[in-house]
Design a protein around this ligand. Structure first.
Ligand SMILES: Nc1ncnc2c1ncn2[C@@H]1O[C@H](COP(=O)(O)OP(=O)(O)OP(=O)(O)O)[C@@H](O)[C@H]1O
Ligand SMILES: [Mg+2]
Length: 804
């Protein structure tokens, strides 16, 4: 087919990124005007045209030097004009040509070319045959591997026997770059060209093989991932059906992990929870162990590890709120405002630990409550009365069935912030026994140095309690274990004077009761004198709880009258008070008192505040027996013995028969008989009563006293002075004998009380007797019968504390 032509001229069509081999029939899209012009010229001529590739695809207008010097002479078989000025042609490659020279004719290139004849090369015909077969075989593999060349091509290729034709057909089919194709075009001897093709086929085969194995590997991975995804989706669907996932499609574990992120736990706690979540994941969900772990995680996640409320830092507003709820109690209020002030200046978030000590009903619990309100903090109350198990404070280890954190952590969960006000009520009533000592567990809670890492047995990781404002309350200080007492700031609330009670009643209790009973102020009125009467004749207490109850009774009665239609409004006066409260309960003490022999008035400090105690002594003929009654404790009995010994030692000076201890029986009784009493502070009172009974000199009824006595008659100091003075004042006793060493305690007594009292400081029993006894003896009489002056309250005790 090759025509022997030498150096002829044809229009030139530069090809971009492709080329045409001899024997090939190929469609081409032509768009460049010069190229279209060349085609037109070719058609005008004999339809032959030279196609040669330009070096660079991106060159838009190639110059002669941009075009390869080996090309193909082709025949245009068909021309098709397509829209947008494009031309589609079908060309058939005729033979290789070398481009000798390129001319720029009118609007197109003319190429002067020499046709390259087919060269067989130096190869032996058998060798060539072998090469041909190899090429055919490799090409077959190549086609099968690549799967991009249609199988018909392979069929037609295997049927080609002419090596020239075979070489060029395969070359044109190979999926290689046009530069590589150009190289093949430029190899003239057919054997060399076939060798080059074989090399390329090997290389391409290898690449295709690699590609295939990569593809297979990737596909395998993809398939695995897809399979897993599919299975997981199935598991999810099953779990939703079983109720192990919520509607959002989350498993318990995922949800716990989400909650863990939200809860912002400290590092250690977070690691612990994560560990437990992983354990839970591997457990059968319905097992008992899983329930325990789940419970634990739930506890950990619901604690306020990092939630805080914002404090009200405005001192004035806080003060206003405190005053709104309670009158008086200045010391406590002051301390709370100090805390706020310091908090503002230092940004120190450590909460103080206060201990409010005082008799019942003085407002300890309710004041603590209003601290929470004033600071704008969450508030919780935790009663420690009767707590006897350490685990109640600090929790049980998780090994116990149904174990739980202790009360402190439980409370933290309920309040939901890490800086609440927590009231530990009745801390003096903590018990302790074989189950451990709850007080020592509290040491850690209430120690400002330690409580930033309070460890509950159940949680196992430390919880920070340092921002909690702890307020503990107690009725007496001495039952609080000293180490615990030492850690708290003790503020004592001694009980109210009559005037203070009146103020509290008028400003707080009365309005509160009106509201509680649904009464409007215009429906009920009470005069000031009536309130005083309620205080003095219907209550006898250090606090105001009974007073509040009495006022409540009045309101209830009036409310009933109004509802029954008996009246529309009521005025409570001194004269009609009995209608509402019945007969008076307490007779003002001073009124019916008289000086008696063998009856002395002492002052006691009990759980309910200060009290006055009557001590009666009767002396009858006998054999020197001493009988003590009235449920006296050991200390008080010894104190009575000491008093007796003192009186005996002073028998001569007092004009008592020195042999009285052999001829007289002495009976001492302290009402009320059923109430246990103890403590040394009744010492001088007992001695006074004894001396009076033995000398028949009456005791002044308007004198009361307190103090411990020694055998030599020295008067030792005692505790609870403030409370005792308030009690004396309540009882209407103006003169009080106090141990001289207790003088310092008078500072704490409200000035208005002190001004109404006549206090005499004594340091020896002789002084006591001089002040308390009449000089003149009276005729012996039958033992006096007296109404008990002590209120009917429970567990009355004498506290003779030296610490005062
Ligand atoms: N200073 C006060 N101002 C206004 N109300 C008061 C005052 N003191 C006490 N109260 C009221 O008296 C009642 C009893 O107070 P609260 O229960 O706080 O006593 P408490 O000291 O905790 O007694 P206890 O030791 O028995 O627990 C409450 O209703 C309280 O509001
Ligand atoms: Mg209380």
């Amino acid at each position: 087919m090759a025509e022997k032509v030498s150096s002829q001229m044809f229009p030139l069509l530069p090809l971009r990124g492709t080329l045409v081999f001899p024997y090939m029939v190929t469609p081409l899209e032509v768009g460049r005007p010069r190229s279209i012009e060349a085609i037109e010229q070719a058609v005008v001529g004999d339809g032959r045209i030279v196609l040669a590739a330009q070096h660079h695809v991106q060159t838009e207008e190639p110059q002669p030097e941009d075009i390869y010097t080996v090309g193909t002479l082709c025949e245009i078989k068909q021309i098709l004009k397509v829209p947008e000025g494009q031309v589609r042609i079908l060309v058939e490659g005729l033979s290789r040509v070398t481009l000798e020279h390129i001319d720029d004719a009118n609007g197109y290139y003319e190429a002067f070319v020499t046709v390259v004849p087919e060269i067989d090369g130096e190869m032996h015909s058998l060798e060539l045959e072998a090469l041909v077969r190899s090429v055919q075989e490799e090409f077959g593999k190549y086609v099968r591997l690549g799967k991009k060349i249609p199988a018909e091509v392979l069929m037609s290729v295997t049927s080609i026997e002419d090596p020239h034709r075979l070489a060029d057909t395969i070359a044109s089919q190979l999926l290689i770059s046009f530069q590589e194709k150009q190289k093949l075009l430029e190899i003239f001897p057919v054997d060399k060209r076939l060798e080059a093709i074989l090399g390329l086929l090997f290389r391409e085969g290898e690449i295709l093989g690699l590609e295939k194995s990569i593809q297979q590997r990737v596909r395998k991975q993809m398939e695995k991932a897809q399979r897993e995804y599919y299975l997981r989706e199935q598991i999810k669907a099953i779990q939703v059906e079983l109720g192990e996932r919520d509607e959002k499609g989350k498993t318990e574990i995922e949800e716990l992990k989400d909650r863990l992120q939200e809860a912002r736990l400290p590092k250690e706690a977070k690691a612990k929870v994560l560990h437990e979540i992983h354990r839970l994941e591997r457990m059968p969900p319905m097992s008992a162990e899983a329930t325990v772990v789940r419970n634990y995680i739930d506890w950990m996640l619901s604690l306020p590890w990092s939630k805080r409320t914002r404090d009200r830092l405005d001192l004035n507003v806080a003060e206003e709120m405190l005053n709104e709820d309670h009158c008086g109690l200045d010391q406590v209020k002051e301390r709370i405002l100090e805390f706020l002030a310091v908090r503002q200046l230092t940004k120190n978030s450590k909460g103080p630990i206060l201990c409010l000590v005082g008799p019942p009903g003085v407002g300890k619990t309710s004041l603590a409550q209003s601290v929470g309100r004033a600071l704008n903090r969450n508030f919780a109350r935790l009663s420690l009365g009767g707590v006897r198990d350490e685990a109640e404070i600090r929790g049980h280890r998780r090994t116990y069935i149904g174990s739980m954190p202790g009360r402190i952590i439980q409370t933290m969960r309920t309040v939901g912030s890490r800086n609440p006000v927590i009231v530990l009520d009745e801390i003096d009533k903590l018990a302790s026994d074989f189950r451990g000592d709850p007080a020592s567990a509290l040491l850690e809670v209430l120690d400002p140095e330690q409580n930033s890492s309070f460890v509950d047995h159940y949680l196992e990781v430390p919880f920070d309690l340092s921002e909690v404002f702890f307020i503990t309350t107690a009725n007496v200080l001495h039952t609080i274990p000293p180490p615990l007492r030492d850690r708290m700031e003790v503020i004592s609330i001694p009980g109210y004077t009559e005037y203070e009670k009146f103020e509290i009643a008028k400003r707080h209790l009365w309005p509160k009761q009106l509201e509680a009973n649904g009464l409007k102020p215009e429906q009920i009125q009470i005069s000031d004198n009536t309130i005083y009467k309620v205080i003095n004749e219907y209550t006898k207490e250090a606090g105001v709880r009974t007073l509040e109850r009495r006022l409540g009774t009045i309101c209830r009665k009036v409310a009933t009258e109004i509802v029954k239609g008996q009246t529309t409004s009521a005025r409570i006066t001194v004269s009609n008070l009995h209608k509402y409260l019945g007969v008076r309960r307490y007779i003002p003490t001073a009124a019916d008192r008289e000086d008696k022999v063998g009856v002395a008035t002492g002052l006691a400090y009990t759980q309910v505040g200060g009290e006055i105690l009557t001590i009666e002594v009767t002396v009858v003929e006998g054999k020197g027996k001493l009988t003590l009654t009235g449920k006296l404790g050991d200390v008080m009995r010894e104190s009575a013995q000491a008093a007796l010994s003192y009186v005996r030692s002073r028998a001569a000076e007092l004009g008592i028969d020195p042999k009285f201890h052999e001829t007289k029986d002495i009976h001492m009784h302290i009402p009320e008989g059923a109430v246990p009493k103890d403590g040394p502070s009744a010492g001088i009172t007992i001695a006074t009563a004894l001396a009076s009974a033995l000398t028949n000199r009456p005791v002044r009824h308007d004198v009361s006293m307190t103090g411990e006595i020694t055998l030599r008659g020295r008067v030792l100091p005692v505790g609870g002075i403030k409370e005792k003075l308030l009690a004396a004042h309540r009882a209407g006793i103006a003169r009080v004998l106090l141990p001289a060493e207790n003088e310092k305690d008078l500072e704490e007594v409200p000035a208005n009380i002190l001004s109404k009292m006549r206090i005499t400081l004594v340091d020896h029993m002789d002084q006591v007797l001089a002040h308390a006894l009449h000089l003149e003896a009276v005729a012996p009489e039958t033992p006096a019968f007296m109404l008990p002056e002590t209120p009917p309250v429970g567990s009355e005790q004498w506290m003779g504390e030296h610490e005062a």
